[in-house]
Design a binder for this molecule. Structure first.
Ligand code: GLU
Length: 492
């Protein structure tokens, strides 16, 4: 497509992710980060993380921390230390000085009201509202309330080959002499970005297409510095299912919220990549495959819509495909209950539970929830409402008879358990459900759940029998308590 594509050279690619710490990392920003990271990793280049915190009022440490935590959680490792723009004001000042010295910038004494009046005048004349550049010729020096502006060319075309959108062109006459340094000394976004991208030798700038109108301005700045601009790529915004701008009301959350809900980093990365990049019609990719396949050539021009159901499906697929041991570290935090330290669940038992459940859950939270009854010792197993009540006299008789057979089984594996239960129901002329359901109630404290043979095998004989005993005892106690009180009206 565009010339941009020829510029991928192994080892030379340098990308950056440059979030402003004015909020948590959401899906759109995370997707940009994933694209930039993948591009660098694919071509053996560098990936820079730059926190754009020059807006001292809106930037918050809390958000910086949360963005860094989200990046770590997504395992998007960056090269070198994160760079903070607020530590680089001296660099921006020096860059302003260079442009002033070379005549590409000038001091401007216009107040915001004067600038607004100039814009309004242009508007009333049917022209593009722009600052009229009246201070350009005045040769002003620094002073209170003064800004520094770029002496932008009045005419000409600014063209570039966008990695996503192809060739784009803008008229220089549409752009005014933008402010580079505000009256309070802070650099503007366009200025600090260009100074940093140039200083950090960024070769590819991938970002949301809400920035596409900034790019011609940034290209003018590169020209003013006599520097080569990077390759730009502007990815379309992620939309909600209703094709409107994605927001919380569509159920979209921040990376850390997805983490708390039990989404795997690999699944989130996989899902995000597919919101704007494709490789045939494949949906599920492991991270190392993405690093091998991601090429920057197949970035979609049309916006993708967020689909929470698909995200759940992608997560379920990753949960299903990973070896149980690979899920263990991510699962651990979900196994802790209510902050109490408690005995750590036996690792082998947890692995057995993962193996049993990973094909039937969609999140780590689900996975932990479904294995909890198996990990809970008999004495502490909670029963959901109505579960003990479901164990009437017939159910209890069956459970007690089965208990005796299970206690005597030579081996306590799924096949032996299945054979024993099957033999019992055949002998008694029962449907499987007539024991399956009571077993589930007694062993899980719930009326539904995974394959009960697998549950018994994972829990082992001792725990299974203890849970049966307790359920039988509690169900009997419940029945006694519910018997109608006898009427002892003695004679006499
Ligand atoms: N700090 C800008 C943002 O968060 C980054 C834009 C860019 O990548 O140049 O939108």
């Amino acid at each position: 497509m565009s010339d941009a594509k020829t510029l991928f050279t192994h080892g030379n690619v340098v990308t950056r992710f440059a979030p402003s710490p004015t909020g948590h990392l959401h899906l759109g920003g995370a997707r940009t980060a994933v694209f930039c990271w993948l591009l660098a990793r694919r071509y053996g280049g560098r990936f820079v993380l730059r926190i754009e915190d020059t807006d001292l009022e809106r930037s918050r440490q809390e958000y910086t921390d949360s963005i860094l935590a989200s990046m770590r959680r997504l395992k998007l490792d960056w090269d070198g230390e994160p760079i903070f723009q607020k530590d680089r004001f001296a660099v921006y000042d020096a860059a302003v000085e260079r442009l002033l010295a070379s005549g590409h910038a000038y001091w401007c004494a216009c107040s915001p009201e004067t600038v607004e009046a100039a814009r309004a005048k242009a508007r009333s004349e049917g022209k593009k509202p722009r600052y009229d550049g009246r201070c350009r010729k005045l040769g002003l020096g620094p002073g209170p309330g003064r800004t520094v502006r770029l002496a932008a060319p009045a005419e000409g075309r600014i063209k570039f080959d966008d990695m996503v959108k192809g060739r784009l062109a803008f008229d220089a006459s549409e752009l005014d002499d933008m402010v580079l340094r505000r009256a309070d000394g802070s650099p503007t976004y366009n200025f600090s970005v260009v100074v940093d991208d140039a200083a950090m030798n960024i070769t590819h700038v991938l970002r949301g297409d809400d920035h596409v109108n900034n790019t011609p301005r940034q290209i003018l700045l590169y020209r003013a510095f006599g520097a080569e601009p990077p390759v730009f790529g502007h990815v379309p915004m992620i939309l909600g299912p209703d094709r409107q701008k994605l927001s919380k009301r569509h159920g979209a959350k921040s990376v850390m919220e997805y983490d708390e809900d039990g989404f795997l980093p690999d699944a989130l990365v996989n899902y995000l990549v597919r919101l704007g990049w494709s490789c045939g019609d494949r949906e599920i990719f492991e991270r190392d495959e993405l690093v091998r396949l991601f090429d920057g050539d197949n970035l979609n021009r049309s916006p993708a819509a967020f689909d929470p159901q698909k995200l759940l499906w992608v997560n379920a697929e990753h949960l299903r495909r990973k070896p149980p041991a690979a899920l263990l570290p991510d699962l651990r935090p979900f196994l802790k209950t209510g902050g109490e330290s408690g005995p750590q669940a036996d690792e082998e038992l947890v692995l057995a539970c993962i193996g049993m459940l990973q094909g039937r859950v969609r999140t780590l939270k689900d996975l932990a929830g479904q294995m909890r009854p198996v990990l809970t010792p008999a004495a502490e197993l909670p029963y959901a409402e109505g579960v003990l009540e479901s164990l009437g006299p017939d159910e209890c008789t069956r459970l007690a008879e089965l208990r005796a057979r299970l206690a005597a089984l030579p081996a306590f594996d799924r096949n032996s358990l299945h054979a024993a239960v099957q033999a019992y129901v055949e002998e008694k002329g029962l449907k499987f459900k007539a024991v399956g359901q009571p077993l589930r109630a007694a062993l899980l404290g719930a009326l539904n759940g995974p394959d009960i043979m697998q549950v018994m095998q994972a829990a082992g004989r001792e725990d299974t029998l203890a849970k049966l005993d307790r359920a039988l005892k509690l169900a009997a106690g419940l029945r006694r308590a519910c018997l109608p009180a006898r009427n002892f009206t003695g004679s006499g």
